[in-house]
Design a protein around this ligand. Structure first.
Ligand code: ATP
Length: 557
């Protein structure tokens, strides 16, 4: 991983944000090459999801044809959006502060440092239970420990919720309590909170809830009424515009609304390069379908989204599709699956989430109609009420029910949500592409060659054009070819500095799939050398066919 991070800085893919001021934790800047790479990732996603989508025929595996549209919504939405959606109350992690060095830690990360047996023992002690008096549901604890290790949230069925109130089935004799309460009790008796600070060994405070949404104020006066939030996900933009899109674009269920955009989460422990940042970009799609067909659509999107990463070059065992266990799901959800990648900063056998594909039922549309929903005693979703019997967080009150004018049916569509991160995808493509082999240099001696074997669709430059030497009309001819590529809309690079072998290696290191060299024969026979980054094969082609040949290869020909 260190080598990849070093390459990113050296070649201008990714820089620490505000680096000259010592950096700003959790924020990253993309340099010239990183900007092209990430733009290509975003474009590939949007192209494959929206631009190239054929709404007249069902793609392979899809139950029927469907429509896809894009949307771009505000980063700061009405504060009520986040109250109704549940983010305001629940988008929180439990955190602890070190009393000595003042650093913040996610309680589950710190607790995760305990061995599982210690964890169970400390809970047992915290609950004042003698041996055998409390039977911990060992399996659910183990499952929870696995979640922690994977850095996952506790309520995977609800992508939006980090749910400290999820009840761990901790006992067999009716002693059930929310996880947050369990932590608090453990802390009070010196159980979990006795964990030392991982940074300095100091004492930690009790776990406290910490909302991950960045707050700001709209308008001049900083009152509670003017308090607003930077969006922690793009998805709510699609839900609150569901009716607008239906009414304005004549889409019919089933259809999807796709959006790419920045999201912000005040992550307590940003880490692992760009993997967990405080500002990041999401590529999310909300697919609205008939409740009776939602299982089929879920299966379709789950498989299709996994294939997307494979098609773009992550072909081996580093990529997995992990279905959530039934007990990890919200009760209204028939499934959630994560596309995960074995990032090099993780322990062997561990995977980090690239994308979650969730069946969300009608949870989101209903919340924005009726108000914030919670589960009742029977596990049914009901509007949460305050002491006076009014909705605790009101919805919009608007009718978001869909009317199918062919079947004359009225219903609230179910939603399938494939939610991907552009930065995590970019990082995974970079990690997968990074490769070092040995190749002879100009003098024939074997040298380590660093290659980014990026899929051509993702490579920052598709082609680099070189004159072999800086005379005999070669730079002029190479310049012509370079412009030919640019006119065809192909990302190209021109380089006439240094030995040819060094120029090839510079392009290999940034993932350029093809290099074109103008040499002594070009003037006489009109051909140039086309070199392939991965096979190292060199062929001669007519100079005036370069743009056509690169376009053909890009199209997979
Ligand atoms: P995690 O459990 O890793 O915090 P999440 O399950 O909360 O992620 P979602 O709310 O499902 O994430 O967001 C969808 C996608 O957005 C994730 O799969 C990931 O690619 C991206 N994402 C979420 N949080 C971050 C972050 N802090 N930095 C970079 N990308 C992120």
């Amino acid at each position: 991983m260190d080598d990849i991070v070093a390459l990113c800085k050296r070649r201008g893919f990714i820089f620490q944000s505000s680096e000259i001021y010592g950096g700003h934790n959790g924020f990253w800047d993309y340099g010239p090459l990183g900007t092209e790479l990430k733009r290509n990732v975003r474009n590939a996603w949007y192209h494959d999801m929206v631009t190239s989508h054929d709404e007249l025929q069902a793609p392979s595996g899809a139950p029927r044809p469907f429509q896809m549209v894009g949307i771009e919504t505000a980063l700061i939405m009405h504060p009520q959006v986040w109250r109704a959606s549940g983010h305001y109350d629940l988008f929180a992690d439990m955190m602890q502060t070190c009393r000595v060095c003042k650093k913040l830690f996610r309680a589950d990360h710190v607790a995760g440092m305990l061995r599982e047996s210690d964890w169970v023992a400390s809970l047992r002690e915290a609950l004042g239970a003698g041996d055998g008096a409390v039977a911990f549901g060992h399996d659910s604890l183990r499952q929870w420990a696995t979640h922690k290790k994977r850095g996952m949230k506790l309520a995977p069925g609800l992508a939006l919720v980090r749910e400290p109130d999820r009840t761990l089935e901790a006992t067999a004799d009716g002693l059930e309590m929310p996880f947050a309460e369990l932590l608090r009790r453990a802390a009070a008796t010196g159980g979990v909170a006795q964990d030392a600070c991982p940074a300095c060994g100091g004492d930690l405070t009790e776990p406290r809830q910490f909302n991950l949404m960045f707050e700001t104020y709209t308008g001049a006066i900083q009152t509670d009424e003017n308090r607003a939030f930077l969006r922690p996900e793009t998805a709510q933009g699609m839900f609150v515009n569901f009716k607008n899109v239906v009414d304005s674009s004549r889409v019919k269920v089933p259809f999807g609304i796709a959006q790419i955009g920045k999201s912000f989460r005040n992550e307590i422990t940003p880490r692992n390069f760009t993997f967990r940042s405080r500002e990041f970009e999401q590529m999310e799609m909300e697919f609205f379908c008939h409740p009776d067909e939602s299982r089929q659509w879920y299966a379709y999107w789950r498989d299709r989204r996994f294939r997307w990463y494979r098609d773009l070059g992550i072909t081996g065992d580093n990529l997995i599709l992990r279905d959530h266990d039934a007990d990890e799901l919200s009760h209204y959800s028939v499934g959630t699956a994560d596309v995960e990648y074995a990032f090099p900063f993780l322990d062997p056998g561990e995977f980090g989430e690239l994308e979650g594909v969730a069946h969300r039922g009608d949870f989101d549309l209903r919340s924005h109609m009726e108000g914030k929903l919670v589960k009742d005693d029977q596990g049914q979703l009901v509007v949460e009420l305050d002491a006076a019997g009014n909705p605790r967080h009101k919805g919009s009150g608007k009718n978001l029910v869909y009317f199918d004018d062919e079947t004359r049916e009225k219903y609230l569509p179910h939603v399938i949500e494939p939610a991907a991160g552009a930065d995590r995808a970019t990082l995974a493509f970079l990690c997968e592409a990074y490769y070092v082999d040995e190749q002879p240099d100009d003098s024939g001696e074997l040298q380590a060659r660093t290659v980014l074997r990026l899929h051509p669709r993702l490579a920052p430059y598709k082609a680099a054009v070189f004159p072999l030497i800086k005379k005999e009309g070669m730079p002029e001819k190479a310049g012509e070819i370079y412009r030919q590529l640019k006119r065809a809309g192909i990302q190209a690079f021109y380089d006439q500095q240094g030995a040819i072998g060094r120029r090839y290696r510079r392009q290999d290191e940034i993932g350029t799939p093809w290099c074109i060299t103008v040499d002594g024969d070009t003037a006489s026979d009109g051909t140039v050398t086309l070199r392939d980054r991965d096979s190292l094969e060199q062929v001669r082609i007519p100079a005036d066919e370069v743009a056509g040949e690169i376009a053909r290869r890009l199209a997979g020909g």
